[in-house]
Write a protein that binds this ligand. Structure first.
Ligand code: ATP
Length: 370
């Protein structure tokens, strides 16, 4: 005797099959697609599974076939007619935040006063002299020194409209697009930043600035490890980081802590290398003489110990200090002794960035712990 099939009959049979993944029956679990087709004794429909690699797909399809033949009739033509569907996975592509900026480099130090800002300023200038498009973001909220080093302490960046958005226009100096947290605070009454204020300011300077097309955006970080570091790695997938240290033991010990932060398993920002600043003292009148007043090759030895490249050794020279104070980084004098040191540094940095980009996948930004 043949029976008349109708969808409710099929659903009643499918309600007898439990999905092991949730413990609910297939109908309750919403796994039966609303596409049941009945042609005489031939039945077909789709079952929706939550993931393509569900271990239960085969057994559940078989159980559904058996249930239909057991509870309705052996005559139902169902075997092989159940389609398996999984929700389409839409790739959540992490769009780059600064699509026109090719490389973002964080410059950090373990200890204060080791010359991180001096190195950042001169590296920026030397890279620009090599023909790269360079931006410099001074994120040192505790002591922004780039406005002074670039001789533009009184600059107050304006807003400009770019593709319908109001963005901060960086200050242009010596071919560098410069922005400093110092442009937005009053020199006479320094701000005591609360953590969230500083973090928001950094995010805004990074993302609401018309950086334009850049080969390198250098980010001069505060010394040590702080909320600013954390905000940075949560905001951007950095290309890499550069550590600046002096050769003294105290500086080296702090440098190791800083390196640890960037290499933390949750952060994983590549260290492109180490710059040893104040590696020796050279008097202007005796440029061939080297006096290792802070110890010899401490930074070089640390780079070897950490197995990271030594990007450069920069001597302690009075003119570096005076040019910084006068608002004109020494690297602007390309052919001076110091100009040559910073040119070598710039070339080494560019080479390491190229190597890093060839060998490693882009860094992903650190996700906030839920
Ligand atoms: N190689 C050098 N030769 C001479 N003077 C230097 C050299 N490097 C840095 N200085 C001087 O040392 C002082 C501290 O340098 P700088 O402000 O760059 O250090 P920093 O590590 O950025 O300090 P901060 O703790 O403010 O972040 C400045 O007066 C600077 O001009």
């Amino acid at each position: 005797m043949s029976i008349t099939l109708y969808p409710k009959l099929i659903l009643e049979a499918l309600a007898k099959v439990r999905y092991p993944g949730t413990g609910q029956n297939l109908v309750e679990a919403g796994m039966v697609e609303d596409d049941i087709r009945i042609e005489g004794m031939k039945v077909s429909f789709s079952l929706i599974f939550d993931k393509p690699n569900s271990p239960f797909i085969k057994s559940v399809v078989r159980a559904a076939e058996t249930a239909i033949q057991t509870y309705i009739s052996k005559e139902v033509d169902i075997v092989g007619n159940i389609r398996v569907k999984v929700p389409e996975v839409v790739p959540t592509e992490d769009l780059p935040l600064l699509p026109k900026v090719k490389n973002t480099l964080a410059i950090f130090s373990g200890k204060g006063g080791v010359g991180k800002s001096t190195v950042s300023a001169n590296l920026a200038v030397a890279l620009a002299k090599e023909g790269y498009k360079v931006g410099l973001l001074d994120a040192d909220i505790f002591g922004p020194s780039q406005p002074k080093m670039f001789g533009c302490e009184d600059a107050r960046p304006v807003l400009e409209e770019v593709e319908g958005r109001e963005l901060i226009a960086p200050v242009e100096k010596y071919g560098i697009r410069l922005l400093s947290i110092g442009f937005f605070v009053n020199k006479e009454s320094p701000v005591l930043w609360r953590g969230s204020m500083a973090s928001n300011a950094l995010k805004q300077l990074l993302t609401e600035t018309n950086w334009g097309e850049l080969d390198f955006l250098l980010i001069d970080l505060p010394p040590g490890t702080s909320d600013i570091h954390l905000t940075l790695v949560q905001t951007l997938g950095l290309t890499g980081s550069i550590i600046v240290t002096t050769p003294q033991q105290v500086a080296l010990a702090d440098a190791i802590k800083g390196v640890g932060m960037f290499l933390d398993e949750h952060v994983q920002v590549p260290i492109l290398g180490l710059v040893e600043n104040m590696a020796w003292f050279t008097p202007a009148e005796l440029p061939q003489n080297k006096y290792y007043i802070f110890g010899r090759d401490g930074g070089k030895a640390l780079a070897e110990e950490l197995d990271i490249p030594l990007l450069g050794q920069i001597p302690l020279i009075q003119s570096i200090c005076t040019s910084g104070d006068e608002g004109c980084p020494i690297a602007t004098e390309q052919d001076s002794l110091m100009g040559i040191y910073f040119r070598t540094l710039a070339r080494n940095v560019a080479e390491q960035v190229e190597r890093r980009n060839a060998e490693l996948a882009p860094t992903t930004k650190v996700e906030l712990q839920k």
